[in-house]
Design a protein around this ligand. Sequence first.
Ligand code: GLU
Length: 449
Amino acid sequence: MAIKNSYLKEVFEGLKKRNADEPEFLQAVEEVLESLEPVVEARPEIQANGIIERIVEPERVVMFRVSWVDDNGKVQVNRGYRVQFNSAIGPYKGGLRLHPSVNLSILKFLGFEQIFKNSLTTLPIGGGKGGSDFDPKGKSDNEVMRFCQSFMTELAKHIGPDTDVPAGDIGVGGREIGYLFGQYKRLQNEYTGVLTGKSITCGGSLARTEATGYGLCYFTNEMLKDAGKSFEGKTAVISGSGNVATYATQKATELGAKVVAISDSNGYIYDEAGIDYKIMKEIKEVKRDRIKTYVNYSKTAKYTEGCKGIWTIPCDIALPCATQNELDEESAKILVKNGVFAVAEGANMPSTPGAIAVFLKEGVLFGPAKAANAGGVATSALEMSQNSIRMAWTFEEVDEKLHDIMRSIYKQASEAAKRYGMEGNLVAGANIAGFEKVANAMIWQGISY
Ligand code: GLU
């Protein structure tokens, strides 16, 4: 599919010229603009207010040096970023990613997606993202701490509980959030909810750790229900083995599915007896080890080198929960040939445009990331609410709110698709529903930024 509407085309051509070296960002924007054609045609005020040219340009980007000293006493330098993309409906909100692949293109794609995802949560949060090319893999706790303290020394000048509230993403979990929070508190002399994903004793929310994986399964369940199906008795393949994949494995299993495969960037585990999420937790959270060690815990588990092979395993439901562009057109065709009937994205932009086209053409139920993985950031917003009222809700209360939010997201996406004549296309529906709320807020606030 290509952009046909002349206004959208002009904006996208201009963006391509200015950001020619940002392929992931352009990929994310192109998908959204394709979905917005009927909206722009039905609502001339979008063009009159320059909404599209404004929404594709971050409000602010900060880029900074992060220097720290490693365990051998050697000075190391990384690059830090915060992309403050859109604050029309609330303070910037989005995770921090620590991974060697991090660059401006990756963070702009993530920040852009975050605008629409956060809008879909029904909660008042704008879109942002940040991180660094620092690789936490193989670093000691002390090295991670020194990096996080140096990173926050600069970041603290740009964030705040009513300005910008970062959280975790790939490479940033409870340990990193703790070091970042401690440094922010020391610098600002303030105990606030400036980060989410905090430990429970320091203002964190129960169920935040589980929220993205649980939310993904709640969303998938709504999508399945609408098609007269369920998780019960189905085979699922879940890529990744981080926080999202772990709790998606737990929830999918609780909902009656058998998860037969998981992966990391080196390879995948196939276990016909079903994957145990507690073993994943032990390997990843306690041992901080690679997923190939899963074979030491299960006699039936088999490890295969190379992560892409996971998509050749026959399954009914596939949940890509690893990273961007991990599922390409070729893999999508294999999944379809092997009988997959539902795919929902736990990672951000894991399916390439070619893969999405295959799923939509073949009538596979497809839950796009912006909608399907919004449970994590939604629960972050619930953490912000609890911090503001200085109260803590029970696990059950938060989980129930999360469940309601995921139901509402499914409803918003499927109704928007129907309203614009694209019934069943949740990619278009999620983009449109997420966009309209932000666009309306931008129009209401005038053209000041
Ligand atoms: N990194 C997560 C995401 O992609 C969560 C962000 C947050 O909780 O702020 O949505």
